[in-house]
Design a binder for this molecule. Structure first.
Ligand SMILES: Nc1nc2c(ncn2[C@@H]2O[C@H](COP(=O)(O)OP(=O)(O)O)[C@@H](O)[C@H]2O)c(=O)[nH]1
Ligand SMILES: [Mg+2]
Ligand SMILES: [Zn+2]
Length: 305
């Protein structure tokens, strides 16, 4: 018996990393039959016990319990939650200071997803080399804000060796997910960390034009530093699943303590009288951009209902 880590889960055969090697493996039918909420029984990031056959392939004997996972937005044809990746040590949201234009709301949406699924989250502000003085001030303010909320923050540029080294250090021996708008520099950062990866990078102008969106199947890519990274899935694949509007503030760490001061248990901290969160906001205890993101996400949750 060998312990393996699932690195690919498309088609009939799976791939697993076993002692630094890649083993093709099969999943016996009994695992598929289990009636569960989740539609894919085995996802990238899953840890398994394998029986190695004479031909060198593996048979999954046991799927170990997941510490966490990130959901993939369900397609209409399938019921239940699809798993994007399991056992994630850290979810990184990667945004560029400039090119493409910085949109703070994107960060908050991803942080909420991570918070809801118990995935430790971090933020990367990339392309610091393009920042003017104003950008730099704004970036430092945002970095400070997120650090105060408890998130790891890195300011990076592919031209700044030190910043790449620091990021590399944080990905060592871990399973990480990079997510961010097309053109933010995710592939470039990974190439800078590990040139052998040789991932395709694209110009922002090309990357943002319509139709260029390619749905990549989630795959765990091995880094030379012993870490694994989920090869950047499309943003559209990540959904806010199963969150009720009145629960949303649970996933904003700075709002959580004020919720108990709300008059209504199902307060959405929007229009309700006697709202502890809105009061805290007026007292300057919640950053206006974060409250604004909260309202935007709330609106999209209410639309989904
Ligand atoms: N100036 C600058 N350009 C960068 C940096 N990182 C990436 N780029 C450029 O941004 C473009 C998009 O990068 P890419 O890695 O394909 O972004 P992805 O879509 O997030 O994977 C490419 O033209 C890169 O050369 C950076 O730190 N500074
Ligand atoms: Mg890319
Ligand atoms: Zn409230």
């Amino acid at each position: 018996m060998k312990e393996g880590l699932i690195t690919r889960s498309t088609g009939k055969w799976y791939k697993a990393a076993v002692d630094g090697e890649t083993v093709d493996c099969r999943l016996p039918g009994k695992f598929r039959l289990r009636e569960e909420e989740v539609t894919n029984p085995l996802a990238v990031g899953d840890r398994v016990t394998l029986r190695i056959e004479e031909d060198g392939t593996g048979t999954v004997e046991k799927i170990h319990e997941r510490t966490n996972y990130l959901p993939r937005k369900a397609t209409h044809s399938k019921r239940g939650t699809q798993i994007l990746a399991a056992n994630i040590d850290r979810g990184w949201v990667v945004v560029a200071v400039r090119k493409p234009k910085f949109k703070p709301g994107f960060i908050d949406r991803f942080l909420v997803i991570c918070q809801a699924y118990e995935v430790p989250a971090a933020v990367i502000f990339n392309k610091t080399d393009l920042a003017g003085k104003k950008d730099r001030n704004r970036m430092n303010e945002m970095a400070e804000l997120y650090r105060e909320l408890g998130y790891t923050v890195h300011l990076t540029s592919i031209f700044d060796k030190k910043s790449i080294e620091a990021l590399n250090e944080n990905l060592k021996e871990k399973i990480s997910v990079f997510i961010g708008p097309s053109g933010a520099g995710k592939s470039s950062l990974l190439n800078a960390i590990d040139p052998e990866l040789n991932l395709r990078t694209a110009d922002v102008s090309k990357a943002t034009t319509k139709g260029r969106h390619t749905t990549t199947k989630a795959e765990l890519v091995r880094l030379q530093n012993g870490g694994f990274i989920v090869d950047t899935p499309g943003i559209r694949e990540l959904g806010l699943v199963n969150i009720q509007p009145y629960e949303l503030s649970l996933f904003f760490p700075e709002m959580r303590p004020w919720r108990e001061h709300c008059k209504f248990y199902n307060c959405t901290h929007h229009h309700e009288p006697g709202c502890g969160v809105v009061e805290a906001f007026h007292e300057g205890k919640i950053h206006p951009e974060r409250y604004n993101s909260y309202l935007n996400i709330l609106e999209s949750l209410e639309e989904e209902e």
